[in-house]
Design a protein around this ligand. Sequence first.
Ligand code: PNW
Length: 456
Amino acid sequence: MSRFPADFVWGTATAAYQIEGAVAEDGRGPSIWDTFAATPGAVLDGSTGEVACDHYHRVEQDVALMQQLGVDAYRFSIAWPRVLPTGTGRVEQRGLDFYRRLAETCLGHGITPWATLYHWDLPQPLEDRGGWLTRDTAEAFAEYAALTHDALKDVIGHWITLNEPWCSAFLGYGNGVHAPGRTEGVGSVHAAHHLLLGHGLGLQAMRANGGEGQQLGLTVNLYSVRPASDAAVDAEAVRRQDGLGNRLFLDPVLTGAYPADVLADTGTTDWFAERADDLAVISAPVDFLGINYYSRHTVAGPEDGVFADPTQATASWGSENVRTVDTGAPKTGMGWEIHPDGLVDVVAMVHERAPGLPVHITENGSAWPDEVGPDGTVADPDRVAYLQAHLDAAAQAVEQGMALRGYFCWSLMDNFEWAFGYSKRFGIVHVDYETQQRTVKQSGWAYRDAIAAARG
Ligand code: PNW
């Protein structure tokens, strides 16, 4: 008997800048990732998303591949600068047309399109005016969300406002390893608020558009965090990591309040008090929450027991006081420890705050150095094992009564892995970047078989 309900959603996921290429086509404007990738030293090997998987020209083929794998749903992202080349104002119809064609192609192949509105490709002109450090960007996002949703709501019913606001805030404006590559200290906490406000305003605007059967939500990356020992200093490390990584995002959205300890830590209590009215917008009910889960972190406090003053931190907000400890567990090609049980932990975080709220794992997967073998197949036993172990954890969450309703494998195909360029392969489909040849890996067929078995 299947361990998953009959209507459980089985999907794969990608993001625009990671696969599309065609960055100067059909009127697309530049995004912060174009700028960042062109900055020497920012991305490994100087790679960019200019061509990527050339998905912009291969929609039919890529959707047909998904149908072969038997997935129900495809989570892709819409590139804001394709729709609004300068971020606000003038709409580029050819951008909207592309995503309509993508959605219609999915529907034609029996696949439900799930659109993410913001997977990190902020139009550069908005960054030039302050980016997510400013409230204006939240309002610009709402304008973009409203018009894109209105234009496509007849073909797309599932919408995710933001992907992983933690990454945008802390990797983008904290330690600067992601675009726009800024190190703004407490600015990264302000960015987190403007991102969440953007989510709330966007949600409000989409609700006002109406439309049939619309399911609107948000995707966060959550950290399963454990202390390295029973020492108080390690418990404090957990509190800090859980605070900035999980509670700063989950609490305002699901419970309508920011975590007071995190605001106190970061010296932002007064700053947030002036914006208390925004919480009603940020906490408006979502129809589902998406979680991206990859790894569990075992953390310890500083060796001398003295935490740096977080209000004084600049370069690596959210991590400078906390050490991640190697537990000896096996790691993926990203160096991330493999802990399938952590998936249950992160679903539980939502379940505790909002019992019954539908949850989807909107990303889960692993990178390995895959190669096409002499017989033309790709053997990736490590990814097969990772996938099976995490599907087993997903089944456990369901069995424990949590409202886990879907699983999206990251990623449909190998792609531009942000600061790591093309050096990390997350796909269940291999991409040869010379020829653009796609080859389903063994893990792709294993996923197909797992889906078929779950359907019973
Ligand atoms: C997620 N971290 O990124 C993204 O949503 C995907 O676009 C990405 O390809 C995937 O996970 C694999 O990395 C993350 O440093 C990037 O904690 C970095 C972190 C977390 C998530």
